[in-house]
Design a protein around this ligand. Sequence first.
Ligand code: NAD
Length: 284
Amino acid sequence: MTKLLTGKEPAQAIKDEVAERITALGKRVGLATVLVGDDPASEVYVRMKHKAAAKVGMYTYDHKLPADTPQEEVEDLVRSLNADPSVDGILVQLPLPDGLNPDTVIDCIDPGKDADGLHPHSLGLVVLERTGGAIPATPQGIMKMLNFYEVETEGKVAVVIGRSRLVGRPMGLLLNHKSGANSTVIFAHSRTRDLPSITAMADILIVAAGRPGLVEAEGVKPGAVVIDVGINRVDDKLVGDVDFDSISEVASAITPVPGGVGPMTIASLLLNTVALAEARAEAG
Ligand code: NAD
């Protein structure tokens, strides 16, 4: 019987910890979000992040810009948030509208306020397996989920589909860490040949491609743990990247979409923000 790895319980445990740490800090903790354009899915995600932040006692600052905002203006807003002492964490909701370069916008975020952990400095610390920076929220959330459900990672083969800055690449690095998961990691991507033969090697399969139905039961090793990161709207329903029904027959555990990785991403964003606030308070 496949175990359903829901995000609700582990996310709540993280949010309880965040609330306690905010109380212990004894100062206002502020999260600023930057949403450019009017993509309905992004609007929903930002609203969910605000709601979750408010519930743990965080202050939120909502910045919305029209889709045709020039690059320089988006970057100026980020710089002004860097300078704002009431802001501890900055989140730029991705993807940005066509015509805006997300890399240079993210590069403008002060690494000490990088709530999503996507600044080159934060990612560099992940590469070097050093602490002190924010860890990319989605991969961090997945690691915490694996830990919560006591999924053994040491020496296991982990296949990560996707190599984005946001999910795939940092995910593989975290699974590779010597001081942490110690998995043997394979990155699969859009140029990978014969994907099912690669995914079939996985004890732990993380799918972050944004392609509904990309992985079917034939590509899953019996007993594998399958983490579906994808969020796709198909016929007005949210689905992941894997064929949930057929894979449930083969896998030992699988995340649902929605209700799996999504809540862990939000909880990790809050965890990063409180850690950044603590570091700022300590530095005076
Ligand atoms: P992205 O488009 O930046 O990257 C997709 C990756 O998938 C690329 O590296 C590409 O090489 C790979 N890929 C695409 N088609 C493929 C194929 N046919 N075979 C193998 N690999 C293929 O996307 P992203 O930002 O990494 O997000 C991936 C998915 O995860 C999206 O559906 C996104 O909505 C979702 N997401 C979910 C959460 C969450 O909290 N649940 C958070 C972030 C992203």
